[in-house]
Write a protein that binds this ligand. Sequence first.
Ligand code: FAD
Ligand code: NAG
Ligand code: NAG
Ligand code: NAG
Ligand code: NAG
Length: 498
Amino acid sequence: MAHRLAHTASTGGKRHLERDARFARLRAEHIDYFRSALGSSDVLDGTTLEGSLELTGFNEDWMGRYKGNSQLVLRPRDTSQVSQILAYCNDNNLAVVPQGGNTGLVGGSVPVFDEIIISLSNMKRIRDFNQVSGVLTVDAGVVLETADLYLAERQHIFPLDLGAKGSCHVGGNISTNAGGLRLLRYGSLHGNVLGIEAVLPNGTVVNDLSGLRKNNTGYDLKHLFIGGEGTLGIVTGVSLVCPPKPKAVNVAFFGLPTYDHVQSAFQEAKLRLGEVLSAFEMMDSHSQDYVHRATQFKRPLETQHDFYCLVETSGSIANHDYEKLEGFLDHVMTEGIVSDGVVAQDVSQVKALWHWREGIAEALSKAGGTYKYDLSIPHKDLYQVVKATEAELVASNLLGATDDFPVESVLGYGHMGDMNIHLNVVVRRYSDSVQNCLEPWIYAWTQQHNGSISAEHGLGLAKKPYVGYSKDAVMLDLMTQVKKLFDPKGIMNPYKFI
Ligand SMILES: Cc1cc2nc3c(=O)[nH]c(=O)nc-3n(C[C@H](O)[C@H](O)[C@H](O)COP(=O)(O)OP(=O)(O)OC[C@H]3O[C@@H](n4cnc5c(N)ncnc54)[C@H](O)[C@@H]3O)c2cc1C
Ligand SMILES: *[C@@H]1O[C@H](CO)[C@@H](O)[C@H](O)[C@H]1NC(C)=O
Ligand SMILES: *[C@@H]1O[C@H](CO)[C@@H](O)[C@H](O)[C@H]1NC(C)=O
Ligand SMILES: *[C@@H]1O[C@H](CO)[C@@H](O)[C@H](O)[C@H]1NC(C)=O
Ligand SMILES: *[C@@H]1O[C@H](CO)[C@@H](O)[C@H](O)[C@H]1NC(C)=O
């Protein structure tokens, strides 16, 4: 995927930026200091030949779209080392970028110029788990999947499940306030994270690793770090409340004729499935065509429909949930809300049905290229954005059936239950005319429809020019003052959205 996206690197948000002259350039004495503080093996020095090769993966983002030019990666092993190196960087005006699993999709986790990369990958201790409360306390560098496996052995689950779970870190998830597939059921990380330990740029450790669910004692400052994208400090530890592992999971997949029918089905699902409803995902027909083309799997339903939904229930008694799900499906089919549907009969069918939702991103990566937008829009207009984008591209003569047109199709899918759509513009080739047609048009449309320009991926560098579409002047001013309070010298993840 990297080589295809590389074409857009020049327009990846960096073009109007210049290196901030207030920041010092890296010198040999700095590297010597870090070696003495951390030990040589936790300092990757890019000023040497072997080192520079090792640094490539840290300097480049997951999409291959953003590339930095850092000469140094530091891999602290505990909070006191993070504190020590940040205090030194602050004193010496050395800019830094915190990095977790580097799976972020907005260019936030890689340097823009020569910032020092502080990787949390060596901080992977599971600190504590309490069976009664379900509270888990971990280092920020614990990989999500590791946490999930640890919890599974104790009949619990992590309150978050993402496509990138094999590599993203808990600390990175917190810093981006990641959403994912279970948000409908378990809520956002603002509800699940009980406490945070973080290091401020001057080395001060903020110790707020609370294990309490209720604690109304003034400003709840941990929330600034959730979704803070590494601009206020480095998250080193997290405590969060984890739900018990559901004993029974059931999945239904169905086809519907219009988006209005999708909205009705969602309302019925909430009414009839109640507390066992754990996911409600929507996919349009174009998105399913790409999965079919990429996998050649047999489609779950005999006939084709304009919209598809996947509904998942998680509960404690399989038969009970299955009955509820069948009852729901009977009802919506009798009422004409749903045209056709199936319920998975076993675990392998559950997996197969999920693939028609989870396999979309991979299927699209086989096309020429994709412009991706992660938008939150109130339900009534949620799918309208796909139609409006299509019309805009047709009017600009950019979308058509033949090779003369750069755009092949516009499609949408996403977390219907959370008002979150992934809008994808699939192109035969990248072109500035497509990008200029889409941006900032798409952000203005979203603002006019009371939506947010970033549902779950954050702002990073990618959306730096567009923050104003989702935050007004008063809020931007407050954000700037908070940033100054936490990071007066501005060394934390500079050049990004703030
Ligand atoms: C295949 C795939 C599927 C995805 N699916 C989803 C999804 O369903 N939902 C969703 O919300 N996102 C999704 N994402 C986006 C991404 O995985 C998330 O944003 C994730 O939370 C990033 O975690 P990370 O550890 O990789 O962080 P990184 O990419 O390393 O960093 C992300 C940001 O957080 C900062 N940061 C990282 N660690 C720390 C720390 N310890 N302290 C302070 N700041 C820090 C970085 O500076 C950067 O700004 C997906 C990505 C991929 C590649
Ligand atoms: C972190 O985010 C990734 C990617 O969005 C996701 O796959 C993973 O499940 C998340 N991890 C945790 C612990 O929430
Ligand atoms: C309660 O919350 C405050 C700040 O919001 C925090 O500093 C404190 O540690 C918490 N108390 C406990 C016992 O967790
Ligand atoms: C957006 O919200 C405002 C204020 O609540 C409302 O007047 C307006 O009609 C909304 N716009 C749309 C497109 O729903
Ligand atoms: C560190 O920074 C914080 C936030 O700016 C500030 O409150 C604190 O006094 C500073 N500590 C030291 C030792 O300078």
